[in-house]
Design a protein around this ligand. Structure first.
Ligand code: NAP
Ligand code: G4F
Length: 363
């Protein structure tokens, strides 16, 4: 059987892992990219040039570009991962977020219908635990009421409902994965986990003085992105189109993540004080390495996400405990320690070269 996947958002964290996963399963993988003045394809550069890997220009804000790529590729599966995915940014750009994260989902569904693929193409929608927002129960499962608490979450809620509507109105195979936070060495550098692991690596190697964070008490259910993309695929292989919660079932605070990341970078932190006055001290030297800044507080913050993956475990056979919290933090810290070490080595080579040029040792 023909296996052709179209991934929107292929340049992102999840898109890059999913592309690798599907290529490994023998799919023809097509991805959408946006034009940019700088190179942003770092996460998929190693896949370019493979015979069954193809890229197309399309934007979720532009229905014509979506229809064009869907009609050309005729995918058997679409993974709609493209989004303005940063919650804090959604407070600054609420209209853009709504256009891409809400109406963009509608554009993808309609493109499939208008290209006559409604009966043959399965669609995965990247939904989110942010829908639970100001949570009404813990842990959260497929039946927990939604209470979105940011412009991002409100836009994603539209995406969730329009997928359900197309499933019921047109009998389309489309479903949402309600994914809790998942991280990796490829995570964007402004999400809290990656911000912490990169800072821990830089501080440990003398390249940064301090790390400023927002709400340290916020609780998340953090998993490994590589494990979560497998679940996206499993959701589309299920006999009937259904929505699934994907989570580890284990919860930690930002403070705990921070403590562990610094520990793996060789620094033991001690947190003292409360609220805006809380600080993370290096236990060995007493030096303040982590401070709280109001700049990273949100107008409304989601502080208690904790998923119940029972349904995914039972119906998809997915293992939520494949990568532990400790393993995840270690993977990220190790990658950032190596990245910073390479950057430092590069700087040293550049300094040596400048010195040799100046002294006339090399010309
Ligand atoms: P990400 O790293 O921020 O990637 C987002 C992708 O969307 C990028 O490829 C980006 O392209 C693309 N994109 C943004 N605006 C677009 C537009 N107007 N048209 C076309 N493409 C656009 O996000 P991620 O962590 O991989 O997450 C993937 C999806 O899962 C997102 O929908 C996110 O909201 C959702 N989600 C993520 C998590 C998580 O914890 N990671 C949890 C639940 C749900 P550029 O490279 O051009 O910017
Ligand atoms: O890492 P975050 O920015 O992720 P957030 O807001 O949970 O959103 C991510 O996960 C969602 C799934 O639940 C996705 F839908 C979404 O696309 C994205 O991938 O923030 C996590 C928590 C928040 O409570 C935030 O207030 O960490 C807190 N935090 C504390 N200090 C910080 C910081 N967040 C960021 N980004 N930067 C800080 O300095």
């Amino acid at each position: 059987m023909r296996k052709v996947a179209l991934i929107t958002g292929i340049t992102g964290q999840d898109g890059s892992f999913l592309a690798e996963f599907l290529l490994g399963k023998g799919y023809d993988v097509h991805g959408t990219i946006r034009r940019s003045s700088v190179d942003y394809r770092e996460r998929i550069a190693h896949l370019e040039g493979q015979p069954n890997f193809h890229l197309h220009y399309a934007d979720l804000g532009d229905s014509m570009s979506i229809i064009q790529v869907v009609s050309k590729v005729k995918p058997t599966e679409i993974y709609n991962l493209a989004a303005q995915s940063h919650v804090q940014v959604s407070f600054d750009s609420p209209e853009f977020t709504a256009d891409v994260d809400a109406t963009g989902v509608l554009r993808v569904l309609e493109a499939v219908r208008q290209c006559g693929l409604a009966d043959s193409c399965r669609i995965y929608q990247a939904s989110t635990s942010e829908l639970y927002g100001k949570v009404e129960e813990v842990p959260q499962n497929e039946n927990t009421p939604f209470h979105p608490y940011s412009p991002y979450a409100v836009a994603k809620l539209y995406g969730y409902w329009i997928v359900k509507e197309y499933r019921e109105a047109y009998n389309m195979y489309c479903c949402s994965g309600i994914l809790f936070n998942h991280e990796s060495e490829r995570r964007g550098e402004t999400f809290v986990t990656r911000k912490i692991t990169l800072a821990a690596a830089r501080i440990a190697q003398g390249k940064q003085e301090k790390l400023y964070l927002g709400n340290l008490s916020s609780l998340r259910d953090w998993g490994y992105a590589k494990d979560y993309v497998e679940c996206m695929w499993l959701i589309l292989q299920h006999e009937t189109p259904e929505d699934f919660v994907i989570a580890t079932g284990v919860q930690h605070s930002v403070r705990e993540f921070c403590y562990l990341a610094f520990k793996y970078a060789g620094i033991e932190l001690e947190f003292r004080g409360e609220g805006l006055d809380e600080k993370g001290h290096d236990k060995a030297t007493g030096k303040v390495l982590v401070e709280v800044s109001e700049d990273f507080y949100r107008p409304t913050d989601v502080v208690n996400l904790w998923g119940d993956p029972t349904k995914a475990k039972a119906e998809l056979g997915w293992d939520p405990g494949k990568t532990s919290f400790e393993q995840l933090v270690k993977i990220m810290v190790d990658a950032d320690m190596a990245k910073v070490a390479v950057e430092r080595a590069g700087e040293q080579v550049k300094m040596n070269l400048e010195e040799y040029l100046e002294k006339g040792i090399v010309k």
